[in-house]
Design a protein around this ligand. Structure first.
Ligand code: AMP
Length: 383
């Protein structure tokens, strides 16, 4: 067990690292952040910031030696420099979990090999014929880059010959997966925590609404049957156990009209769809990650209230000719009953950039979602 008072190192300085640092510091840990660029959202709240490329092994080693345990808050940390950490410190989750989850081809192949339900797909190596891959899968399908793709980035829907040509041009010389397009009933995610001793605890299933491939709203509890809920939780736990994750694993899933659950993506870290846990669960996903990687007992994951979470992107600002004309109407959220605003300290809003989120608790999930939609419109001055 790594007791409070010790230092936790976070690779990556984004908002997930910032909220992780908040949770760690609250229970008495010191936090160091390693992030190539200075002044990141996480570094702002950490005791120490290290700025160097992730590939600079000397800087990474110095960082690791100053920490009792190291974790990562985003998936595109290169894996090779992490091999050396193993000899000088502890990394949770292990780099081989990151290696699987940071590449769609490896992730999907792993799911298939281990018999977990997933979206049917075919692999297309760099330089191979993408047309052939699209023909194998049939249309509609989605072409996704194998490396460094996330949240709708690096993907294209193919419905006919014209969109197939667009995809072939866009994905030339890239490794890709071609996935069957799933006409899902809803999207779900389960965030599960696992300790080194194998204890597992799943947060309540979240129901997620994406806009242009990016998470817009998360609702908990998800509006699904008990049978689906238990199946989704058990599936996430089984995947975390098979991967030997120590820390959090977020499992994104599609629920089809036939009641089938298909895994879409895995992320071995805190996840946007778990932000609701800060305001609506006994233990937040961030605290749970800290508990799991430090070998503390896992916390109670009970939901204290139905809740909806809204991601705040740069689009919430008023823009005129590419320049910010006015900030969002923060007062709309701040004065709303049972709403909580979280901003990530990012100085410059950009279209598509995650700037913060807010949550709204209510007596039931539908009411929480209605209130969240209303507040979202007020925030950007659209109501
Ligand atoms: P991803 O980057 O894979 O998480 O995809 C972002 C979003 O795009 C998902 O949350 C879905 O809303 C949508 N999406 C991704 N893959 C598929 C698929 N195979 N069929 C239908 N929608 C998809």
């Amino acid at each position: 067990m790594i007791p409070p008072g010790q230092t936790i190192g976070i690779l990556g300085g984004g908002e997930l690292g910032r909220m992780l640092a908040h949770a760690a510091e609250r229970i008495g840990y010191r936090v160091h952040v390693f992030e190539p660029a200075a002044g990141s959202p996480a570094a702002e709240v950490a005791a120490r910031e290290f700025n160097a490329p992730f590939t600079q092994v000397d800087a990474l080693s110095t960082f690791v030696k100053g920490c009792a345990v190291v974790t990562y808050e985003f998936e595109n940390v290169p894996v090779e420099p992490l091999w050396s950490i193993e000899k000088i410190g502890q990394l949770h989750p292990h780099w081989n979990v990151l290696e699987i989850c940071q590449n769609r081809m490896r992730e999907k192949t792993w799911l298939r090999k281990n018999g977990f339900p997933h979206v049917p797909f075919t692999e297309v190596e760099a330089g191979d014929d993408l047309h052939a891959g699209i023909r194998r899968m049939g249309t509609p399908c989605i072409v996704k880059t194998a490396d460094f793709g996330s949240e709708g980035k690096g993907q294209m829907k193919v419905t006919d010959a014209v969109t197939a040509e667009h995809a072939v041009a866009a994905f030339a010389k890239q490794r890709a997966v071609v996935e069957k397009y799933v006409d899902f009933k809803c999207e779900l995610s389960v965030i599960v925590a696992r300790t080194e001793a194998g204890d597992l605890r799943a947060f309540p299933v979240a129901e997620n609404i994406h806009t242009k491939g990016v998470l817009d709203f998360s609702i908990a509890p998800a509006r699904i049957s008990d049978v689906v809920r238990v199946e989704a939780e058990n599936l996430a736990k089984a995947i975390a156990a098979k991967l030997n994750v120590v820390g959090l694993l977020a499992v994104e899933m599609f629920l089809t009209d036939r009641g089938e659950i298909l895994v879409n993506e895995l992320a071995p870290r805190p996840h946007d769809s778990g932000h609701y846990t800060i305001d609506a669960c006994v233990t937040s996903q961030f605290e749970q990650h800290v508990r799991a990687i430090c070998g503390l007992p896992l916390g109670d994951v009970s939901l204290s209230s139905p809740v909806a979470m809204v991601n705040i992107l740069g689009e919430a600002w008023k823009w005129r000719e590419g320049q910010v004309a006015a900030p969002p109407n923060w007062a709309a959220v701040l004065e709303a009953p049972r709403a909580k605003l979280h901003l990530y300290g990012k100085a410059e809003p950009k279209i598509g950039r995650k700037m913060g989120h807010f949550t709204v608790c209510a007596d039931d999930a539908n009411r929480a979602l209605d209130n969240a939609r209303e507040l979202k419109a007020k925030l950007s001055g659209r109501s």
